[in-house]
Ligand binder design. Structure first.
Ligand code: ADP
Length: 420
């Protein structure tokens, strides 16, 4: 009896020992699977049996496969991030409730306010009814392939061309996600608008002199025999005046197009600025248009060398002097000033004429901008003089400015970098 009890006690001890061993092996195996590490065969107690060895081998293969898939996924995510980061377009993915799941950095460069947007709702990040309608249209499969949409960026319009498509969710859910590609076309739109405005302005400028020339020429052809000589001469002079206006408009347009071309070809040469300025002043003092004005100069005594295209800088200076003569009454005082600073020289033309209203001042360097359209045309202005001057100065690396006190006068000037 005692012997049987002893055998049973030994068998129980062995069974408990085995159970403990198996528990330890299961815990080790579980940890290996959790950590996706291979379960070392050596750790298996020999006496756990061949089944354990096979289980461990299968687990090891599984872990290796998992490890490989994880590496593959990590490299794919890295590749996707690099691809999204290198795109010129913004990419945005939203779930079925318009929550943002993915966005690349370009989105933030188009909309600087769109920071930390993952998880946020689309309508909170991009305030645009038109875009939300487009998102809805994509969901319903009735969106256009590409749609230009206007957004608002701190009060300024931003045009974006949007493409959208539905995509299957990565989590295998039923609802579909939507993917959008946003291409910023604001620059193209602005250029397009500028081009349209330019064509409209040029057509408008050409139309008036051309219709005057046409009308007067037709009258002359029909009535020239019956017309008194004085009238005929008056008509011909009007035709000539408008032909000259057309000519100066075309010359200014050609000059602008040359200055705006990719290679405006400046013939720079080092010269002493006072030589150029004095030559221009001498020329103007001899002109009848300047006879009724007081033309004086205030030139810095120190010499300043500049490296410039003298023809172009002469033209910039002439545009300023012409304006001062055109827009001030007889007897006005026009001062040409040259000041020398450490790195640049400043040249300006000051007058004590009627001045320019504050609201017009920021626009006077724009093409075809005129404060008083009638007066400019009557004086033979094209509305391009200051725009040409600005281009010339900028090509030389200088800057332009304008100051005015209505009723007291105007000062318009530019700077040029000094040589050496
Ligand atoms: P425009 O050919 O009409 O003179 P500009 O580009 O040279 O064209 O000048 C733009 C506008 O700025 C002019 O139409 C004129 O209204 C205004 N302006 C320029 N210079 C002066 C000035 N010295 N005094 C008053 N107005 C001026």
């Amino acid at each position: 009896m005692t012997f049987v009890a002893l055998i049973l006690a030994v068998a129980l001890g062995v069974a408990l020992y085995r159970l403990r061993q198996q528990r330890q092996a299961i815990a080790a195996l579980e940890q290996a699977v959790r950590q996706r590490k291979q379960y070392l065969q050596e750790e298996i107690q020999e006496n756990l049996g061949p089944d354990w060895v096979r289980l461990c081998a299968a687990t090891n293969t599984l872990c290796a496969e998992l490890e490989r898939m994880q590496e593959f996924r990590t490299s794919q995510v890295a590749q996707l991030e690099a691809t999204l980061g290198s795109l010129q377009e913004a990419v945005l993915m939203v779930d079925d409730r318009n929550r943002i799941l993915l966005a690349n950095n370009v989105l933030q460069s188009i909309f600087p306010g769109a920071k930390n947007i993952l998880g946020q709702r689309l309508e909170v990040v991009l305030h645009s009814r038109a875009f939300l309608d487009f998102v809805e249209a994509v969901r319903q499969g009735r969106a256009q392939a590409q749609q230009p949409i206007q957004f608002n960026r701190d009060g300024d319009p931003v045009w974006v061309e949007v493409t959208g498509s539905l995509t299957a969710p990565l989590d295998g859910a039923q609802e579909s996600w939507a993917l959008f590609v946003l291409h910023d076309i604001t620059k193209q739109r602005r250029l397009e608008n500028m081009r349209k405005d330019f064509v409209a302005n040029v057509s408008h400028e050409l139309r008036t002199p051309l219709s005057v020339i046409k009308g007067y020429a037709e009258t002359l052809i029909e009535n020239h025999e019956a017309m008194p000589t004085a009238d005929r001469e008056k008509f011909l002079r009007t035709i000539l005046r408008h032909a000259e206006r057309l000519n100066s408009l075309l010359e200014d347009l050609l000059m602008l197009s040359r200055l705006e071309s990719a290679n405006p070809a400046l013939n720079r040469e080092p010269l002493r600025l006072s030589v150029l300025v004095n030559a221009v002043l001498d020329d103007y003092r001899g002109r009848p248009a300047a006879a009724a004005h007081q033309l004086v100069s205030e030139l810095a005594p120190a010499p300043a060398e500049v490296s410039v295209d003298s023809l172009r800088i002469t033209q910039a200076l002439e545009n300023l002097l012409d304006n001062a003569l055109k827009y001030t009454p007889a007897g006005s005082r026009i001062v040409l000033k040259v000041a020398i600073a450490a790195r640049e020289v400043e040249i300006c033309v000051q007058d004590n004429g009627p001045g320019i209203p504050a609201e017009d001042l920021p626009h006077i360097f724009e093409r075809f901008y005129r404060v008083d359209k009638g007066r400019s045309r009557e004086k033979g202005g094209t509305g391009l003089g200051l725009s040409i001057m600005k281009h010339i100065v900028q090509l030389h690396g200088g800057r332009v400015w304008a100051e005015s006190q209505p009723g007291q006068g105007t000062t318009i000037g530019f700077s040029l970098p000094r040589c050496g």
